[in-house]
Design a protein around this ligand. Sequence first.
Ligand SMILES: [Zn+2]
Length: 1002
Amino acid sequence: MRNSIILFAILLNLQAFGQQYWQQEVNYTISVTLNDVDHTLTGYEEFVYTNNSPDVLTEMYIHLWPNAYRDGNSALGKQLYRNGEMELNYGFQKNKGNIDDLKFNVDGQMVQWKFDEKNKDICIVTLNTPLQPGGKINVSTPFTVKIPSGEISRLGHIDQSYQITQWYPKPAVYDKNGWNAIPYLNQGEFYSEYGSFDVSITLPSNYVVGATGDLQTESEKEFLAKKVDETKARLDEYLQLSESEDPTSDFPPSSKEMKTIRYTQSRVHDFAWFADKRYAVSMSEVVLPQSKRTVKTWAMWVPENTSLWQYADEYLRDGTYYYSLWNGDYPYNNVTAVDGTISAGGGMEYPNITVIGNTSSEEELEVVIVHEVGHNWFYGILGSNERVHGWMDEGMNTLNEIRYVQTKYPDNKRLSDMVMNGSFHFDDLDHHDQSDFFYRLTASFGEDQPIETHSADFTPANYATIMYGKTGLVFYYLKDYLGEELFDKCMHAYFEEWKFKHPQPEDMRATLERVSGKDLSWLFVDLIQTTNHIDYKLKSVKTNDQGTTVKVKNVGQVNGPIQVNITSGEDVLETSWIQPGSDRKSIVHMSTPDAREVRIDVGNDIPEIYRDNNSWHSKGLFGTAEKVNFEFLIGDNNPQRNTIYWTPIIAGNAYDKFMVGGAFHNMSLPFSKFQYLVAPMYSIGRNMVSGMAELAYTCLPANGLKQSKFGLSVKSFKNDNQTTTREQFGVYLAISPYWIAKIGNRLKNSPLTQTLQLQGIAKGNFATPEEQVLSYTGGFAKYDLNLKYPDHKFNIQVRQELLRLRGGQWINRTMGEVNYAYRYARYSMKRWIEIRGFVGRMNRFTAAPIAMNDPYGLSLSGTNGTQDLFFEDYYFARGPEAGMWSQQRNENMGGFKSTSGYGTTYNWMATGNVYVQLPIPVFGIFGVFADFGAFSNGFSVNTAINTGLAMRFGKVFGVYFPIWMSKELNDSFNGGKYGEKIRFTLKMNLVNQSGKLFSLIN
Ligand SMILES: [Zn+2]
């Protein structure tokens, strides 16, 4: 068996070796004219397509990406809609775009072509004669492009500032997987064939153009040289211009005279150009580290942004230099950055040229320019499939960006500066920690996705946090482990082997493993393909005058290399690496005698979510335990500190009146596995202690499943105003254990969320010194389903409760609820119609009188303080029969927006509720409501109707004014004042439906 496996492996290797790598070649010649009045392009394109594949091609897939801007039905339109951007669905026609007037011709003969059925930004050309392996064809077509608004995505114009990207008919990549035809997306980049471009652009002669490639037109070279001189001469004048000046206000008129300028470039896979009449231009040169060749850098910006852009030359030079140093020399002649107004991220890369969006500081501009310039390597030269393996360009680029900032600015405190100048103890955090912080935060509440996720399947947050951020951290970890020299050797080898090609993840892995001589499955499998988390634990340390023995345990899900450091204050005395793939328990012998501090990963460079088990102190020095630190409000989760955060609180309710106290918790960011909050309070007037406490433990399963949480919640406040002998009685104590689980996995960004919740309750009433009783125990199970789209939402809740009352009676309640919301005023105003249905059934296994506000009945008007049996909400008063506090109701059960106890039933109830936000321009505060209900009192069926006007402030606070009620409901007020009928709703626990404080950032 063993032998045959080896033989099989050899055969597989031979076969792999036998399969030669190949790629297609596309050489373009395009001429295009810009009409800056109608905002259109008229062009003619010809490309020579060489079939280097072993396959006979009978058809060809061609991208027509400007058609993505046609309407809301394109893949782009649908993706933008899901993120709440609806310009393509409901916006003005003039802002949309398309490509038209196509007439494909192959080798001088007309050919049939059709749009792809699903995506109108892809077409399929049928070849009259099949293209044989090694054969070439000449494909040509005229085209016109209507340029969309630059506020939608990457191709576009803002007035007469043009960003001409993804603009011409372009064959999809044909590789070993076949045709890679992909619709244009905002979230999700590209994959293109290598070849050459010869592009001639005709436009009014006073435009400044930045483009891919080398400029071939002498008169245009002189024009740019003049612009460079003019910019130098007017720099002081430009610096006086305010950035707040409207940049679209000052377009000079276009020349009547037109010019045609020509660019050529080989070994690239795209061509983009940018045109603006206002641009200031600067030029400089950088000498490459290996070949010593000189590359020209160009910066083009609108004069209003001069104070930001004045050092752009330096950013371009340094970016080009360091990326060349770490990966391989830049193979082209020009690097350009233009100031644009792109709507897909902070910047966007094209070969030789990058467009930069709005930035707020020089520091941010430098990082964005360097990042986008860096894409010349990770995208431009190493042409991976960005749509499917986005980490191969964005993530590798993040790594280089982190190295750049650390190399050029060793004292940089970027993250600290971002968090309110380092307050709240977010101190000493740099550019690396920025990625580290957001990855660990996301992972700590169980929302991270694998790095290897299709671009379109990422949540927008994870697209940045995981694909860019976590990948950067993972390769930074590899760099630490291999050491810079070996790591750079690996990256140079990858660059040399795969430049101007299409490397796949397995190709990158093969090169890195071969050059480093290491098995990197812990990285390429665990850290890239799964959400497995790293957690290394320092078990014990034995140290004497001979040396130090450290025991380390891998308690996480990734079997990677572990760095062990012996430190003394800021100094690292000795470092040792435990090799990856070792047993879960490892022992390291280090030579430093009498160690006082030992740490795993002293630099916090390994992307571990929990680092509080990473250090050891000698007992002789600091005593046995770490000192406890008290800090105000909140801070970063620093493993080297044992911190309790605190904040003073004041609170009040109808019976406790005014309370003061403090909240003490460990809710630092990222979250710890175990969390607590204790908030004792003291009621000044009544000399009584009240308060609440909550404990929670989060489980983060592997394999992309969702998180679950175990917890315990305790509340004790004054219950009512009963006259008792001593005022400290009339107190309740409610203890609730709970378990909340999010159902499903997070591998795809889904509009569907489901939760399952189990919760128990034990509630005691302490009425008088003699009567201290347990009033009930019980529990509920709840299932909650949400489907959310930008203009409609759907929710189902099913809930089963069981209670055992003091005295032994049992109560069973079953409730179901359906909610549907539809955004009827869609584009300019966001106004919703909400429709709700409720059915409830209860059994009480004992004969008991039916009283208004009975705590155990199903309530037509939603629960008040008495009826909130599981203490899920906050009420000003929990036991009033009348008065203002009795008018606080929750939006549950029957959902009637009334205050009456009428309709409290022990039998069944069914209601329907409608709420419509009025389409008047006051933030959607005003609305109208109508409630309909039927319920049984055991003998007969009763009905009720309530209608009225409401003011609602989000989900937090609402006041409902009835206008007309059905007779029985109206009669239940016994002719009382109108004011008694006004209901209010105050939802304090916005956190989630179950009021769990710890889900703050879900
Ligand atoms: Zn990028």
